[in-house]
Design a protein around this ligand. Sequence first.
Ligand code: ADP
Length: 305
Amino acid sequence: MSVEVKGISKSYGAQFAVDDISFSILPGEVLGFLGPNGAGKSTTMKMITGYLVPNDGEIKICGIDILLDDIAAKKKIGYLPESNPLYKDMFVREYLYFMASIHKIENPEKRVNEVLAETGLLPESRKKISELSKGYKQRVGLAQAILHNPEVLILDEPTSGLDPNQLVEIRNLIKQLGQTKTVILSTHIMQEVQAMCSRVIIINNGKIIANDSVEKLSSIQDDISELILEFDKEVSKDIFKSLSYIKRVNHLGGNRWEIQIEDALDRRKDLAEFAHSNNLVILEITKKQGTMESIFQKLTQKSNN
Ligand code: ADP
């Protein structure tokens, strides 16, 4: 097990930011830690990295209890905090040398060059950090996180504030790093999880409300399923009135319709028979999957009630 968290809690005054959560992560997993703002993601990550001490519970990094031996456990961890704090007046290479000296890395020149190459920073390595774009600053943050070759990478909202191109580049870099490391990344964006993670933990109000593979969560159907239907000719909305299982019909233009099915049953066969009896040919019939957004909303709203 790369990371084992058992029954950890953290309160600020009377408020529990994290309330008795447990989970474990296998080597090589890329885990998405997902939840709305204020859910407790950063607090959990700060406890896993040893920056905050939990009120209760146990955290093991590669078998080492972080509360008993934080230095040994921290050696196994690379951490990119949410705000990516960097010394902006330093040059990129100079900063990484400095971080390498803190980690007491042998042969820092070789390691800094390796990391600059791995994070695509070589062309920018002689610039001041303050002169870099946000995407490249994020690369510097990732470079310092992997410098000491940790087994576990903890990335708090690593793509927040990036433009679409930078977003794709940083996601690809994280995916690449995830091939050799265990990664936990937090986000409040569902697509992020779909793009990068093998497993997702959803946290809300300090509690875990889902812990599953991305495929399994994606397969959760909404109570109402939706179909897209295209006929070979124009029809009036009224023809759907005789079908009791249809909740709502929306004309998408041309001969295309979006149909909400009341009971979430698969009604494609019934609709084919209905079309045939009305001398219509169905050119397209597709089932819309529950989107990760709707699943996320559904799970977090349910746990709020
Ligand atoms: P997330 O990272 O999911 O946005 P956080 O872990 O930052 O959530 O915060 C969880 C809850 O704890 C929030 O209600 C937040 O206001 C509160 N909180 C976080 N840090 C502090 C702090 N230093 N003092 C008081 N409350 C805090």
